[in-house]
Design a protein around this ligand. Structure first.
Ligand code: SF4
Ligand code: SF4
Ligand code: SF4
Length: 250
């Protein structure tokens, strides 16, 4: 029997959902294995039946989304926090470093109609079963999650740092040899160290790795010449409200 999947979008940019469409070659065989029961981006089908897997993209930032995530939890066997917005609050959570009124007045001329609350990771409201890291997650990890649910096992996802993947690629270290502000040492692996492999610093878009040593990273960034404001911005960018980064981002 096919796995019944639903794809939901909360406060995010749709980039995680786009990553599924980028599967291209894998999509036809994948559709032999899953049924798309709900996915407003690709079909007008209404959500009627309960789900085997709900992929939820985006952070929760409105009262309507709070209600909806509770409903999704009730009607789904596996709830996947799909991408960093859903896991850490990610880019929308940068807003949490200003007051609600300041944020609203910066964006909207008339704020009376805005129904907005602090953007949060979805685990603030409901239990999640799987966290699929990345902004967006690599498409191979999306396949891994679907396979794992189908085989009733845990997905094999990485919890070490981007530096491990970077070293396996034999890259020159941008942080230690060129004194460039790379967030690889505290960032969860999974992307294959794409940025350092292209001579770009890791910005931390896979969120904090397991047991990330944020205070040490903060000290190193200061030593290579970043101002304390810039160090804060580095930690705020993708996961500033997480337990791991909160102190450095404040
Ligand atoms: S995690 Fe990144 S790609 Fe996914 S919705 Fe959020 S901002 Fe977009
Ligand atoms: S370049 Fe960045 S990701 Fe690569 S080893 Fe150095 S600090 Fe780690
Ligand atoms: S290297 Fe860092 S910023 Fe680049 S994709 Fe990987 S986790 Fe994201």
């Amino acid at each position: 029997m096919k796995l019944r999947c639903g794809f939901f979008k909360f406060t995010g940019c749709s980039g995680c959902q786009m990553e599924i469409l980028r599967l291209e070659d894998e999509l036809p065989p994948l559709l032999e294995m899953i049924e798309i029961a709900y996915w407003p981006m690709v079909t007008s089908k209404r959500w009627e039946e309960n789900l085997d897997i709900a992929f939820v993209e985006g952070s929760v930032s409105t009262p309507r989304e709070v209600k909806e995530i509770k409903e999704i939890r009730k009607r789904s066997r596996h709830l996947v926090a799909f991408g960093e917005c859903a896991i850490t609050g990610c880019i929308p959570s940068i807003r949490n470093f200003m007051t609600q009124s300041e944020a609203e007045e910066t964006v909207y001329e008339h704020t009376d109609w805005i129904e907005s609350i602090k953007p949060s990771e979805i685990s603030e409201y409901v239990r999640t079963d799987i966290s699929l890291p990345g902004c967006p997650p690599h498409r191979n990890t999306i396949l891994e999650v679907i396979k794992a649910v189908a085989l009733q096992r845990k997905p094999h996802l990485k919890h070490h740092s981007v530096c491990v993947e970077c070293k396996l690629k034999d890259n020159n270290c941008l942080l230690t040899t060129e004194k460039r502000p790379c967030m690889g040492p505290v960032t969860n692996a999974g992307c294959g160290a794409i940025c350092p492999s292209l001579n770009r610093e890791c910005e931390g878009c896979y969120g904090p790795m397991s047991a990330a040593n944020a205070s040490s990273q903060s000290q190193i960034l200061a030593e290579i010449g970043l101002s304390m404001d810039d160090v804060k911005r580095k930690f705020r960018k993708y996961a500033g409200t997480t337990d791991e980064y909160r102190k450095e981002a404040a």
